[in-house]
Ligand binder design. Sequence first.
Ligand SMILES: [Zn+2]
Length: 438
Amino acid sequence: MRRRWMSGLKKFCMAAIAILIIISAAFLYGERESGLPAVSAQPLLAPIAPNPENASPASMEKVVTASLTSMVLTASTARAASEKEGDKIVYLTFDDGPSKLTDQVLSILKQEEATATFFVLGEHAKQSPELIQRMTEAGHAIGNHTYNHEYSELYSSFPRFWDQIKQTEDVLREITGVRPAMVRAPGGTYGHFDKTYFKLLEQGGYKVFDWDVDSGDSKRRGVPATEIIKNATSEKLKDEMIVLLHDGTGHEESVKALPEIIKFYKKHGYTFRALSPEQEQVHFNLAAASKSKVKPAPSADWIESHVVPNSALFGPGEPLFVEAGGVETKLAAGEYELEDGQYMVPLRSTMVRLGAKVRWDEQNQSAVVVWGDATVVIEPFKETLVSEGADLTSPLTPARFSRKNDSLWISLRSLLEAAGHPIVSFDASQEERRVRAR
Ligand SMILES: [Zn+2]
């Protein structure tokens, strides 16, 4: 009883201290914003401008002063991930890869039996799908770090940011079969995100992760390993810590520093885990400046057509397995719809995953699907579906065809039949739905 009371008191005191710190941080920052000199010798959360000499945009993380970041992480960082009290967890995170260095990072992690999280760039993932596969096979988590890391595009308006998230998601989905729900903003959210970014990403089903500990490995070009180790290990230790590192091009010193960083956290009793979209998101508070500097907000229509349906992709629900022509693919809960007893699927992604080639014929305004010996032409404006081999044209009624955003959705049965793969069986259980075709 007494112990419980004591622990309650302790929690209360800690909460009070945390609130005081947050209030004073906000106060100090507010002063700085209003043009008064900061009281602290060290500017509070002043993001250091990226080094213009640093040519690779991918390695240009804006650096947030490490010792102060923990103060402005959302106060709600009472993270639920640690199952039992006393568990100390460190989440090593690697941004900007994959690159030539990723292989070494994976080897070190394997040797040290440490699990980590990679926030990858879509354009790099596309170039090195084998590294993405290796990450997945080794049990590491993969997050979305946008497609090209270009601040000027990403932070000009939310739809631009969204497009890169979706583009990268498609690349990763193609490689691993899984859509990453975890997002890390290039340079961190601080000073980059406005309220809309936070709100719409959350609404779209994503979780945003900043960090607690900045290894400082992208502060400038060639930060020596000794400095990286020092930065990554000098933060006040908490039960859960997210450490920012980089495995993008030019980060050889981070690779050198990694074994020592791992050693340090092992010595202090930490276990190494991958971040999970199941846990609470962890991000910096909104920068005071972002509150006044509002970026152009997307229209209600845009949100309705892009963000609202997106969350279903990450929601619960049974997947649909489609077996056809000796290939099997899995559509997640949000990737198909059951309408009037018919499975409706997105034409392009479903067909590509079954091994077909899909192209848009601009001249005839039609989608052409080439699958094995069959060629199927979908003419959305004429509302017809032409099965070329069978020389068969059938009408596309609204029940068998629709448009969502920029993609064509079509009834799975119509599509499979037109391509010469008639359905032979349907199965549905609590865990999955399954369509078998010839
Ligand atoms: Zn980055």
